[in-house]
Design a protein around this ligand. Structure first.
Ligand code: 5GP
Ligand code: ZN
Length: 127
C-alpha cells in the first residue's frame, strides 16, 4: 500500500494512496469542504442523513476511532472540538457525533471519520 508524507502540513499528516478520504484531503477527489485545520478536514457527507451531516477526518490516516486515540489525544480532541465549532457556527440546537467501527456497525470507509449530525430531532436508540 502506497504511503508517503506530505510536506508542509501537520506533522500528523499521512496519506494512503488508495484511500478515498486521503484523496479528499489531498484534493484528488472533490468534496464540499466546510472546515480545515492542521489536524482535521471536514466535508459534507455525499448521502446526508440529516440537514447537517458533516464528516470530520484526521489528516493522519488511521482505520478507526481507537486508532485515532492511539495515535494522538490531540487529534482526538481536535475532531470533537471542530465538530462543536461547526455545530455552534450553524446554531444547531444539539447534535449527534458518531464513529462507526467495523462492518457490523456500518463502517464502509476505513479512514476514521466522525459523523456530525444535526438539524432535526434524533431518535434513540439509533438503528
Ligand atoms: P461509514 O458508513 O463508514 O460510517 O460512513 C461513510 C460515509 O461516507 C457515508 O455516510 C457516505 O455517505 C460517505 N461517503 C462515501 N463516499 C463519499 C464521498 O466520496 N464523498 C463524500 N463527501 N462522502 C462519502
Ligand atoms: Zn486515508
Amino acid at each position: 500500500m502506497g504511503r508517503r508524507r506530505i510536506q508542509r502540513r501537520s506533522r500528523y499528516t499521512c496519506i494512503m494512496s488508495d484511500c478515498l478520504f486521503c484523496k479528499i484531503i489531498e484534493g484528488v477527489i472533490p468534496a464540499d469542504i466546510v472546515f480545515r485545520n492542521e489536524n482535521v478536514v471536514a466535508f459534507n457527507d455525499l448521502n446526508p442523513q440529516a440537514p447537517t451531516h458533516v464528516l470530520l477526518i484526521p489528516t493522519l490516516h488511521t482505520e478507526n476511532a481507537a486508532g485515532v486515540a492511539r495515535n494522538s489525544a490531540t487529534i482526538t480532541a481536535d475532531l470533537f472540538l471542530a465538530a462543536d465549532q461547526i455545530a455552534n457556527d450553524r446554531g444547531l440546537n444539539g447534535y449527534r457525533t458518531v464513529f462507526n467501527t467495523g462492518e457490523d456497525a456500518g463502517q464502509t470507509v476505513f479512514h476514521a471519520h466522525l459523523h456530525l449530525l444535526g438539524g432535526r430531532p434524533m431518535a434513540w436508540p439509533p438503528g
